[in-house]
Write a protein that binds this ligand. Structure first.
Ligand code: C2E
Ligand code: CA
Ligand code: CA
Length: 640
């Protein structure tokens, strides 16, 4: 049962029932009030009629009373037989003796004698008892007798009963209509509630449960049943370079990819497993059927296989890779928070490990993650407090043996951890915005240093600065580089930016534009680690490049193997008008082979390790003196 099904709107139902009861109670109260009012009105009308009739009788009774003619009096009274409500009429003389009487036939003796002056004194407003009125008979201002009329309430009762029946029917109808209207409203409210619930728990793009629903599910899944802890595998999936798809193909393609991934994931895992989208390009699978680690591993690897392929997006085939990390409950974690964080740590490890990898959580990863968090915090501080440093590694011209440039390599001496390799801290910085301040710090310092060493150099020595993907993607990157050149006073031709192939491919549109702007101002551009990335040759033509840097891995194999590739790279670069620099040159044989094969520049431990600024200055001074000395004796030759 899903979260949405578990959270059915029951409040509305209860409220609906309360509403109907409320309406019914209101109808009962108003009916009672109306019935009382009706009874009082009917009785008042009967009393009025009886009073009028008695008054008329009294008017006609003065003469019979004066002449003591009871017969005439009885005759007058007999006429009252035509009025159905008149039960009896009695005429009393001034002394209170009954003078004449009329009574409807069939009355008991008690009923016939009901009409007395004393009984007429009793006034009741709400009652179904007979109404008794007494009217004095007056002659010449003197009271000569009294007429007492007893009106039966039989007619009033039937009138009242009719009214009550009508009222009951009307109330029943009203209740029926009210409950009908209410049930319709209730249905609409339930539907609206259901929709709200759906949107609160579902990712509208992929129709998968969202982050909130995922946590609800997780809490539900981890509950022990019959005292036994369940076995749950949490798999986190992150699309590599999703931002690139968005940036290069547009958000429409990005959305299409997310939908396709959601669909593929659903089809990959078991029916019972729960798939959710928990972030922009992050998905999660809760696998409850994997009973041991190897099954969990199987699920994670299956996910990598099913998603690590090309997807057709808006008519273009786009290669997709994913990183997957998983952890198991209760083996790796005892609660939700640590289960999620351990899967996250495994995911991070998979991401740093390369592409299309599934990593399972291992306890030692926690220590690594803690070290990363610590380094990230301290690195931020080190950048802010200017505690980083740069090592400069020389690059020599193969033909002249002259030092023509240096590569700026970030260095960090941590107060507790000692020297931390850039291979460790640069990726940490790259995982956040920190790389922007790190990159800017290096650029600033490198440009200022380059101005200093070029101040009295015999020949210009350029500086190469490494650029990260995030930096290049940042909207102000081009402007920042130009501003740094301006502030430091370094000639743009003496700055070279090292970009990696994958970085260029991932930022195609943005990259070309920034590169053109920088090239137009004279900044040199070089491709770092050439041959290890996409190696798509077409961009050599479309990008405004100056140089290729052959990756260390190719140089390492030289001169015994790998020559065909290196020869091919050199001749291809030259045919595109690019210069070539080989990095990681460690042995004289490599140097000799590269120089013989037409490589333009050399960088490596053999010709010079990365060194401090002061050491570089010394080296430059030494070289200047050497050049001056050799100029005096013989022309410069190749390095050996
Ligand atoms: P990279 O750009 O490929 O830099 C070359 C790396 O190879 C440097 O390592 C350098 O010390 C090393 N190296 C140079 N010659 C030799 C050699 O003959 N043999 C061997 N085995 N290694 C050699 P480092 O300084 O540890 O830098 C590692 C990576 O860190 C760099 O690789 C670069 O990707 C990154 N990095 C360093 N500084 C920066 C920076 O300021 N910004 C950015 N974005 N990345 C940087
Ligand atoms: Ca480099
Ligand atoms: Ca490199």
């Amino acid at each position: 049962m899903s979260v949405i099904e578990r959270n059915k709107p029951s409040l509305t139902r209860a409220l609906g029932r309360v509403n109907v009861i409320g309406v019914a109670v209101a109808l009962v109260i108003s009916s009672v009030v109306l019935l009382v009012y009706e009874a009082v009105s009917l009785r008042a009308a009967l009393a009025d009629n009886a009073g009028l009739e008695a008054a008329m009788v009294a008017e006609n009774m003065s003469a019979p009373l004066l002449f003591n003619d009871a017969e005439v009096a009885s005759e007058v009274l007999t006429h009252l037989g035509s009025l159905p409500y008149v039960e009896s009429v009695a005429v009393f003389d001034a002394k209170g003796r009954r003078f004449a009487r009329y009574a409807q036939p069939g009355l008991s003796e008690k009923e016939q004698n009901e009409g007395t002056e004393a009984a007429a004194q009793e006034h009741v407003r709400l009652s179904f008892k007979d109404v008794i009125v007494a009217v004095p008979v007056v002659q010449g201002g003197a009271r000569v007798g009294t007429v007492v009329l007893v009106a039966t309430t039989g007619g009033m009762k039937s009138e009242f009963t009719r009214y009550a029946c009508f009222l009951f029917l009307a109330s029943a109808c009203a209740l029926w209509i009210a409950s009908l209207v209410m049930s319709r409203t209730k249905a609409r409210v339930i539907e609206a509630e259901r929709r709200l619930e759906y949107y609160a728990l579902t990712d509208p793009l992929t129709d998968l449960p969202n982050r909130r629903a995922f946590y609800d599910e997780l809490a539900h899944c981890l509950r022990p049943s019959a005292g036994v802890l369940p076995q749950v595998t949490l798999v986190l999936i992150d699309l590599d370079d999703f931002k690139t798809v968005n940036d290069t193909l547009g958000h429409g393609a990005g959305d299409e990819l997310l939908r396709a991934v959601a669909h593929t994931l659903r089809g990959t895992v078991r029916q019972r497993d729960i798939v959710s989208r928990i972030g922009g390009d992050e998905f999660a699978v809760l696998a409850t059927s994997d009973t041991d680690r190897s099954q969990s591993r199987g699920t994670a690897e299956k996910i990598v296989r099913s998603l690590g392929r090309s997807f057709e997006l808006e008519g273009t085939m786009v290669p997709v890779t994913v990183s997957v990390g998983f952890s198991r409950f209760p083996d790796d974690a005892g609660d939700i928070a640590s289960l999620v964080s351990s899967a996250d740590i495994a995911l991070y490890a998979a991401k740093s490990g390369g592409k299309n990898l599934a990593f399972e959580f291992r306890p030692k990863m926690t220590a690594e993650a803690q070290r990363r968090a610590l380094l990230e915090r301290d690195l931020r501080e080190a950048i802010e407090r200017d505690r980083l440093d740069i090592a400069y590694q020389p690059q020599f011209d193969c033909r002249t043996g002259q030092l023509v440039g240096v590569e700026a390599l970030a260095r960090w001496n941590h107060p507790v951890q000692g020297d931390v390799s850039p291979a460790e801290f640069v990726p940490i910085a790259e995982s956040s915005e920190l790389i922007l301040s790190l990159g800017q710090w290096i650029l600033n310092r490198a440009c200022r240093d380059a101005v200093r060493w070029n101040r009295d150099a015999s020949a210009p020595v350029s500086v190469s600065v490494n650029v990260s993907a995030r930096q290049l993607r940042h909207h102000s990157f081009g402007a920042d580089v130009l501003a740094t050149l301006e502030e430091s006073g370094l000639r743009p031709e003496l700055l070279e930016l090292e970009l990696t192939e994958s970085l260029l491919m991932a930022n195609l549109t943005a990259a070309v534009e920034v590169m053109r702007t920088l090239r137009a101002r004279g900044v040199r551009l070089s491709i770092d680690d050439f041959g290890t990335g996409y190696s798509s040759l077409s961009y050599l033509q479309s990008f405004p490049l100056n140089q290729l840097k052959i990756d260390r891995s190719f140089v390492k194999a030289l001169p015994h193997s790998g020559q065909p590739i290196v020869t091919a790279i050199i001749s291809m670069a030259h045919s595109f008008g690019l210069t070539v620099v080989a990095e990681g040159v460690e042995y004289p044989a490599q140097l000799a082979w590269l120089c013989d094969s037409g490589c333009d520049y050399i960088q490596g431990y053999l010709t010079g390790r990365p060194m401090t600024f002061a050491a570089l200055m010394d080296a430059l001074n030494e070289e200047r003196e050497h050049v001056l000395a050799s100029e005096r004796t013989e022309p410069a030759g190749p390095v050996s």
